[in-house]
Design a protein around this ligand. Structure first.
Ligand code: APR
Length: 242
């Protein structure tokens, strides 16, 4: 694990005070939640244009909701893994996630930007009002009290990110001493574009090369649950060296 050792040495040398952690589906893979691309990825077995676009929902809201109910049930049964737990221990850290599974919150992270929304909120298509939706719906597709359909409060292909989310994330990436990029293929924009704002130390954790690997100072080829805890520990130790 040369890259892990080298990244830990760089952390001790640079003693980062502020961190942004950019995560994708791979950070939850060790919790048993499928990723989107790659082996076993959701987009290998399902067509995004049938399930994750506004047009797909307008065509067949029941089909879309059945798929989301299945994903919601997978996540409900899953637990945060060692990577989520370690990330929650980082001081002065902002988590910017593309995941909709809520596992960073469940692990104890308090400052989290969910760029792509949440599986556990729904939104009225007429009033745009958001509601928590933790439990399974009894009737699919679910409706708002006003009579209109509810939709999952997630960002589908072709939709804008939640207002202000990208801007806040970009400012934090620009100002952070350390950027950790964990478990994303780095091919979905604008999220992947955040990396270009960073000027400090950048470390990627991903068992495969991603579209972002070459722009990181260190690319650690390992699973998130394995490599994140020692990286976080190095940040904590470097802070107490001060
Ligand atoms: N630890 C770390 N990384 C892992 C692990 C693991 N155990 N297992 C897989 N990975 C990596 C893969 O190598 C891949 O690079 O996680 C990445 C997952 O990539 P994607 O499936 O493309 O997920 P993500 O980058 O989050 O996708 C972005 O695409 O469909 C949309 O909205 C969806 O938010 C999602 C966006």
């Amino acid at each position: 694990m040369e890259a892990l050792k080298a990244a830990i040495a760089a952390i001790h040398k640079q003693r980062p005070r502020t961190t942004v952690v950019l995560t994708g589906a791979g950070v939850s893979a060790d919790s048993g939640i499928p990723t989107f691309r790659g082996d076993g990825g959701l987009w290998r077995n399902y067509r995004a244009e049938d399930l994750a676009t506004p047009e797909a929902f307008a065509r067949n809201p029941l089909l879309v909701w059945e798929w989301y109910e299945w994903r919601r049930s997978l996540v409900r049964e899953a637990q945060p893994n060692a990577a989520h737990v370690a990330i929650a221990k980082l001081p002065n850290a902002l988590v910017v996630t593309q995941n909709v599974d809520g596992l960073h919150h469940r692990a104890g992270s308090t400052d989290v930007i969910e760029l792509h929304g949440s599986l556990f909120r729904a939104r009225c298509v007429r009033e745009n009002k958001r509601t928590d939706a933790l439990d399974p719906f009894t009737d699919l597709p679910p409706h708002c009290a006003c009579g209109a359909l509810l939709r999952p409060d997630v960002v589908w292909f072709g939709e804008l990110l939640p207002e202000g989310a990208f801007e806040r994330a970009a400012r934090a990436v620009r100002d952070a001493d350390l950027l950790l990029i964990i478990g994303t293929s780095g091919v979905v924009f604008p999220a992947a574009g955040l990396v270009s704002f960073h000027k400090g130390l950048s470390i990627e954790i991903n068992p495969q090369l991603s579209a972002l690997s070459s722009s990181c100072a260190y690319a650690i080829a390992a699973n998130a649950a394995e490599a994140t805890p020692p990286i976080v520990q190095a940040v904590l130790d470097a802070g107490t060296d001060r």
